[in-house]
Structures are given as C-alpha cells and as structure tokens.
Design a protein around this ligand. Structure first.
Ligand code: ME8
Length: 530
C-alpha cells in the first residue's frame, strides 16, 4: 500500500487565523482526501508554532503570560480543524503545538543528533533580525533599511550557536539535481537552486552558517546542555513534522510508515512561497546533518491578495475564515472557490464578486442543474427507481470516451497539485452532460421512446456518480449529498469505482448503486448577495 504524509506549516499564534491559513489547510485536506480515495494510507497534520520573539512580543503587548496567551490563540486555530466536526471540514489526524512536551523532547533530540555529528558550534552573531519574519538578514539583503519583505529589522548582537550550513551547499545541489520534483512548481525549484548556487560564488553568499539559538529572551525550547540558550524558532518549528511522526522513536511504525526511509521518502510539505527557503534549503540541510531521511516533496503555493490588495492589519482587510464562510453560504462553497480561483504556483485574488460568480455559475447552474434535472426526471418518469438502459448509441459511446479523458486529466492535474485545472475537468464533464441532456431531451421521450429515455437518464445518472466521486476532495458535504441522491452507496465512493461506472450497466452494479433513489433536494445553493 502507498503511504502518504502531508503537512501544513504550523501557524504562528501571534494573531488569529485568517483566510491565508485556511487556504493552505484546505489545500492539504483536498490532497489528503484525494489520496484516501486512491486507497492510500494517509497521515495529515497541522498545528501551531508557539515560540519565538514574535509570539513572545504579542503576549507581552497583551500583558498575558506567553503560555496562557498561546493556549488562547492556539484554540482559535484548533477550532478550525478539530477532530470530528470542524469549521473548515478538514480531516487532519494530528494537531501539534510546539509547547507540548512530546515536541520539546523531539526538538532537543534533533539538536543533539546534529551536534553529535559535528555541525553545531558556539560563536557570536551580530547582524539584522526581523521579528515579523523570524529571520536573520545580511546587510546586503536589506532594501531601504528593511527586510526584503518590508518588515522592520533590529540589530542583534549575542552569543549564539551556529549550524554549519556552508557544509551542505554541494550536498544540497546534488540532491536537487537527482530529485527534480523535490520542489514544485518548477519555477520555485529553479529559484531555490539558484539561491543555493549563489552561496558558492559570492563571499556574502546565501549559504553562510546559520545562527540557531537566542539568548536575549527565553520563550523557546532550551538548548540541550546549555540552558542559557533557547533554540531559534525555525529549527524548533520545522522539527514538528518529525514529532508528529513519532520522532525520536525512529523504529516506530508511524515513523517508518509516514516519515519513511532514505529509500522511500513519504512526506510532503505544503507551504506558502514566503517560507520556501526554510523548507527547501535549511530543513533538508538540518536533516542531512542529523542523518535522517528527507521529505519527499515541497509544494509551494502563491499568495492571496484581497480585492487586489495585499492583506494586512494596517489596511484593515484581513479576512477571517468565519466571515468568508458566512459570505459564501457554506464551507463547501468557500473551499471550492479557493481551490478553483488560485492557479497553482501563482498568486490569487480573493474577491467577493468572483466568489459569488464562480459558485453560482459552476456549482449551482452547471452541476446543480444537471443533478436537479436528471434526478427529478427519474423521480417523475421512473418512479424514483433506476432506469435500465437499452443499448448504447455511438453518441453515448463518445460521451463516455470523453468522460474517460476528463478523468485522466483530472488525475494528472491532482498529482501536480493543480486543483484549479483538476476542477476544470469536473466542470468539463458536467458541461458535456448538460449538452447531452439538452440534445437528447429525455423529457420529450416519455411517450414516444421510453427505452431511449431510460438509456439517456441511466447514462447521466452514472455521470452524476462520477462527478460526485471526483468532487469529494473539494466539496465533501455536497459531494456526499450528490452521491447519496445518485444512489452510490457510501462504501463505494473511491476512484476505483469510476471505471466500473463507465464500463458496466447499473443492473450489473447492484453492489455499488441502490435500486431506488431518494427524492431529490438542492445540492449546491446559490449565493444570494446581500
Ligand atoms: O510562517 N496567502 O507561520 P504563519 C496564502 N510559523 N497563504 C498564506 C497567506 C496569504 N496571504 N498568509 C499566510 C509561519 N498564508 C511559520 C511556519 S512551519 C515549520 C512554520 C499561509 O502563521 C501560507 O501557508 O506566518 C504561509 O506559508 C503560512 O500561512 C504562514 O503562516
């Protein structure tokens, strides 16, 4: 069996969750659901990043003890993804907080492994630090006295442990070369490779040794054997992916199944482009230093703007997931829009007008109408029992051939995290079936040619089942309703059923499809603008 481990970044708890956090989590959920539908064994984790100067400062500004502060803010992230029923309707198996004991233990063991292998040494750091980015910058990297992200920087001089990042330049380049799919999309892969190459050529190069401890505040995990230092928040945070897979117990089933081995790497990190360098450069170098297997893939997505503007507190346009679910009418509609509107690797714009337009045109008018028309005809003309076909015409054969091609493209796109294009294939199937029902006009056939009417309705019912199966990763609740109303039994909704639905008649599929259909109900409500 294939094993698939997928992770979101763990989010900072300096502030409440917003739509950007919701997006990455929903994208990972769509992928986790996709792999389950391929009958793979899936682990999906998310969580909160609770240490570091940014969170410490937010707690201090609120006048609350950092632990109590992080307990409170982390709760707002947890309610988005809580096991059972949750606001984003995601199916994560774990939620990790970096203030948990299991994580502190893992981070300290990770540090020890790197230290024992000779890649950590004590020195002194003097340079710029951006609290907002939790990142160090060299003088040459500053733009108008600020970090490249526009965040303010402060001068830091302190004793610090360093990680010998410079020792990993060639090893990283060799690894990227051997694994061209390690970072997707390819444009981001090229960006990372040239960043790492840069370190070889310039004295002020990218791959200078990295400061990995702090002494000027103490909100963090203590460095083993030197309690005057806490770990740099990124080495602490990245280790969460190991903690959740059972580290330091590298013999555990969870570790071997999901983190994997050097020969069979299983973990995929999905991140925003803002934190690609940490995941694609520092993290593999840390893992190489600790002699642990690397992740399988880093997937970097683009950035959301809101109505054409960067989302920021100062502009007052930060959208919460709660507000947007209300606007969209359901979590399904919000999930659909986000996965449909952002083209993989590029930035996306979140506009309420486009949200309404996309949901109404594609879900309500296209798929919703197809379902409504077909299911009510079956109810009215066939007493709600599944119509039996009477031989396929060449039009029917070509319809199914096109469906097959759409399904194939759907999978090709999903494998590349191209949700937008994968959804386009589902809409393609629905548009095709709408054209078919329009030209075959089964509502006119009841008296003249009931056998043909039955065949046409039978064909569309199967296509509704296929659409329902394919749309499960994106709109799980609506997909469930569509499948139930199309008679597809709950235990038969994996991708393996699709070829059967295409090849066999419904009477040959009695294991999969119920005999009678429930009375049809609306599946994709329209968004009515207030
Ligand atoms: O960086 N558009 O946490 P963070 C799209 N704790 N995605 C967005 C977004 C936007 N406008 N804004 C945020 C951290 N995101 C670290 C991670 S992991 C070991 C440590 C998403 O709370 C996107 O996934 O700043 C981005 O990478 C992440 O939130 C940053 O979350």
């Amino acid at each position: 069996m294939e094993n698939f481990y997928i992770t979101t970044p763990i989010y900072y708890v300096n502030d409440a969750p917003h739509i950007g956090h919701a997006y990455t989590t929903i994208a990972c959920d769509a992928m986790a659901r996709y792999h389950r539908l391929l009958n793979h064994s899936v682990k999906f984790t998310t969580g909160t990043d609770e240490h570091g100067q940014k969170v410490y400062k937010a707690a201090r500004d609120s006048g609350i003890d950092p632990q109590l502060f992080t307990d409170e803010v982390s709760k707002r992230f947890r309610e988005l993804v809580a096991t059972g029923s949750n606001i984003l309707n995601v199916t994560n198996n774990d939620f990790i907080r970096t203030t948990e004991d299991r994580h502190k233990k893992a981070a300290q063991q990770f540090w020890k492994r790197i230290k024992d292998n000779g890649f950590i040494y004590l020195g002194a750091y003097s340079g710029w630090y951006s609290v907002r980015d939790e990142a160090y910058f060299q003088e040459s990297e500053l733009v108008d006295g600020k970090a490249p992200t526009g965040a303010p920087v402060e001068w830091v001089e302190e004793q610090s442990y360093f990680f010998k990042l410079s020792a990993f330049q060639d090893k990283l380049l060799e690894f990227y070369e051997k694994n061209p799919d390690f970072i997707i999309p390819a444009s981001r892969y090229n960006e990372v490779v040239s960043f790492v190459r840069g370190g070889r050529n310039y004295e002020q190069g990218a791959l200078k040794d990295l400061s990995i401890s702090r002494t000027s505040f103490d909100w963090g995990i203590k460095v083993p054997d030197d309690e005057s230092h806490i770990m740099y928040v990124w080495i602490d945070a990245l280790t969460n992916y190991l903690t959740s897979a059972g580290f330091p117990d590298t013999d555990s089933t969870d570790w071997l199944t999901y983190w994997g081995t050097k020969e069979k790497r299983n973990c995929t990190h999905v991140v925003g482009k803002d934190i690609l360098r940490f995941h694609a450069v520092y993290w593999p170098a840390f893992l190489m230093a600790a002699e642990l297997p690397l992740p399988k893939q880093i997937v970097a997505h683009g950035w959301w703007t809101i109505e054409g503007e960067k989302m920021s507190k100062s502009l007052g346009n930060v959208l919460t997931p709660h507000a947007m679910i209300k606007e969209a009418g359901s979590i399904d509609a919000l999930r659909y829009f986000m996965l449909r509107a952002m083209s993989f690797g590029n930035d996306g714009d979140f506009s309420k007008a486009r949200l309404n337009e996309t949901v109404n045109a594609e879900l309500s008018n296209n798929i919703g109408n197809l379902a409504q028309r077909t299911l009510s005809l079956i109810q009215k003309n066939c007493n709600g029992s599944i119509p039996q076909p009477d031989g396929l015409t060449s039009v029917d054969e070509s319809l199914f051939q096109k469906v097959r091609e759409f399904v194939e493209k759907y999978h090709e796109n999903m494998k590349q995290y191209s949700f937008r294009e994968a959804i386009e294939q589902v809409i393609g199937i629905s548009s095709l079936a709408n054209e078919y029902i329009n030209s075959e006009a089964p509502w006119k056939l009841k008296n003249d040619n009931p056998k043909r009417m039955n065949t046409v309705l039978h064909n569309i019912l199967k296509i509704l089942g296929i659409i329902g199966i394919l749309i499960q990763p994106f709109t799980p609740d609506a997909a469930d309703k569509l499948l139930t109303q199309s008679g597809i039994k709950p235990e038969n909704r994996s991708f393996l059923i699709i070829p059967k639905l295409i090849e066999l008649t419904i009477s040959e599929l009695s294991e999969i499809i119920s005999k009678n259909l429930p009375a049809p109900e609306g599946i994709f409500p329209r968004i009515v603008s207030l």
